[in-house]
Design a protein around this ligand. Sequence first.
Ligand code: FE
Ligand code: FE
Ligand code: ZN
Length: 277
Amino acid sequence: MFVIGCHLSASKGYLHMLEEALSIGANTFQFFTRNPRGGKAKAIDEEDAARFMTLSRESGVSVILAHAPYTLNACSADEHTREFAKTVMEDDLRRMEYTPGNMYNFHPGSHVGQGTEAGIEMIAKQLNELLSPHQTTTVLLETMAGKGSEVGGRFEELRAIIDRVELSDKLGVCFDTCHVHDAGYDIVKNPEAVLAEFGRIVGLGRIKAVHINDSKNPLGSHKDRHEKIGDGSIGISAFEKFINLPEVSQLPFFLETPNELDGYAAEIALLKKLRKN
Ligand code: FE
Ligand code: FE
Ligand code: ZN
């Protein structure tokens, strides 16, 4: 089955997002757990979450993806920023259990000059402090563009984090096509080779979700600026190939392209047309 959706605003709750997703032909969606720049989260409406769990199953939505705020940086040089990252993720993971069995994606972090190795250690430390054997949520490390001092632009860095986490069965990876391309992996010319490399280094089974975005910038630019599907340097034929590759075709795909709802509806329709099964 083709599981495809986009990023939606969480301001009106889960049921509203479900309705919105279904109205644009999506069968999944992503949302921010709180303001993307951080801050306090709205209290969970337990009734909304419970009704969502029932209705989503009835409407064929099998899994959704929550996204942590961008400001969350588990490997900041500043202790207060690291503490904030821990508090936010701890609260988010507690809230995720109102909609059990879903996924929570975060940007591993920026080491801000302390070095990739130190960054990896701090990210793994936070995960070891927060992951619990009882949680039903899978926590995803997002592949990054390698902008500035970002950790996670190389597949080896994701592997190094996973290797240091005790409850690594709770971990997966969210593969962002714009980020991977901007990081220098050529998913236009040879997506099979990129996935094979990911498979060798991290393991294909770790990929639990795909962020499907075109890129405003060339291969290896380390920029991270998303473009509409087909309007960027990845291009429509590369996406047609990618969404049909057996290594990823059964995963949920999430658009994070610069669009309003009608633009997302059009991209979802386009991708469905390009999909072979
Ligand atoms: Fe992201
Ligand atoms: Fe992304
Ligand atoms: Zn991005």
